[in-house]
Design a protein around this ligand. Structure first.
Ligand code: FMN
Length: 372
């Protein structure tokens, strides 16, 4: 039977359909990307005669951390969760990855810090945060009363920074796990980012692992030539899961063309523009390691979630799209449940890895993936 073809926009709306409430601008300067027309081939899936009675969306990340579902919110795009309590049913999320947290308070980078790009945004917030002690004091009490697991995103400028922040989080009620943002300059090593060197990534992971029994997630940077040795080094150092990807390094030029636009010159690109890169990284990392991989990068609709599951992700994080529609992640939980019923699987786990090479041991694409 031939696949049905339908014309949809990049956000999943039929071409020509009017802007939905979810596409409204909710913050000046940050909108969803311009819809672009693409032709999507949708294979006709035979519907099950008897849809499963219950759908199990749980995700076991090890060390006792079982997420209620695979839709998380990404660090830096959902604050500390508390800010969204009035508009989002936070307890229906799979987990909240809170804003990047450092040992001491940081005021962040000079402005401007954010600009729109085709299909995404560039940000250079610079890890503005009140420091780990203030985060614990202000937020952990509220988190402890929530059902949703809160994973604290940790950043630092040295291995000892990461270890000390982690020590302070250890044993605090309301903190379910740690996600290491290793896309930070290692000041002691000439500012080389931990995430772009397998040795440095493994070293910081191992040091944090020794300091905590909390579930430990480590976030990969896409700004590397080959993700696989880095993913393996992190897994070998004792991480419980990988998250991928952080933003892609980029710059924008000021309207007068006399200088770069962002106060920090460099920013991180996020949004739908980065999804193909994220898919490639998840595809490669999920074959390189045995620990679970959580995908991040340009999720705006259910089709994105299904794509990431297909290349081996056990769960996804929603980031930039939250600025346009904070209710999107909870809606995706409902849509994923409905999709499992529609295709007749009892769990989203049955959808994981369907686009990975079938033969065990087959290299992801025989070495060099990009051959224009
Ligand atoms: C404004 C902003 C702030 C961010 N802050 C952090 C952060 O503090 N720590 C971190 O690991 N990632 C941070 N990120 C990266 C996101 O968590 C995510 O990895 C990235 O944006 C890709 O996902 P997306 O395309 O869905 O946004 C930030 C992203 C944005 C847009």
């Amino acid at each position: 039977m031939r696949a049905k073809r339908r014309v949809v926009t990049a956000t999943g709306r039929p071409a020509g359909a009017s802007r939905t409430p979810s596409m409204r601008r909710v913050r000046p300067g940050i909108v969803t990307p311009q819809p672009r027309v693409r032709v999507e081939a949708r294979p006709a899936t035979p519907l099950p005669s008897q849809p499963p009675a219950t759908i199990d969306l749980t995700v076991d990340l090890g060390r006792g951390l079982v997420l209620p579902n695979p839709i998380l919110v990404a660090s830096g795009t959902f604050g500390y969760g508390i800010e969204y309590g009035e508009v989002v049913e936070v307890d229906r999320l799979g987990a909240i990855c809170c804003k990047g947290t450092t040992l001491k308070a940081r005021i962040g980078n000079p402005t401007p810090r954010v600009t729109e790009t085709p299909g995404g945004m560039l940000n250079s917030i610079g890890l503005q945060n009140p420091g780990v002690d203030a985060v614990i004091e202000k937020y952990a009490g509220t988190w402890a009363g929530w059902k949703v697991p809160v994973i604290v995103n940790v950043a630092g400028e040295s291995v000892s920074d990461y270890v000390e922040v982690t020590r302070r989080l250890e044993g605090v009620p309301g903190i379910a796990g740690i996600e290491l943002n290793i896309s930070c300059p290692n000041v002691g090593r000439g500012g080389l980012q931990f995430a772009i060197d397998a040795g440095a990534a493994g070293e910081v992971t191992a040091a944090v692992r020794r300091a905590t029994d909390l579930p430990l997630l480590v976030k990969l940077s896409p700004n590397v030539a080959d993700i696989r040795p880095i993913a393996r080094a992190i897994a070998d150092a004792g991480a419980d899961a990988l998250t991928a990807i952080n933003t892609l390094s980029g710059i924008a030029v000021a309207p007068d063309r006399r200088r770069p636009l962002l106060g920090n010159i460099y920013g991180g690109l996020s949004g739908p523009a980065v999804k193909p890169v994220a898919l490639r990284v998840v595809y490669e990392a999920s074959q390189a390691v045995k620990i679970p991989v959580i995908a991040i990068g340009g999720v705006t609709e259910l089709a994105d979630v299904l794509d990431f599951l297909a290349v081996g992700a056990v769960a996804v994080q929603v980031g930039t799209a939250i600025f346009a529609d904070p209710t999107l992640p909870v809606r995706l939980v409902d849509e994923l449940t409905a999709e499992c019923r529609r295709v007749g699987v009892a769990s989203h786990r049955d959808l994981i890895g369907s686009a990975l090479p079938k033969k065990a041991g087959t290299p992801s694409a025989k070495g060099v993936e990009y051959r224009p």
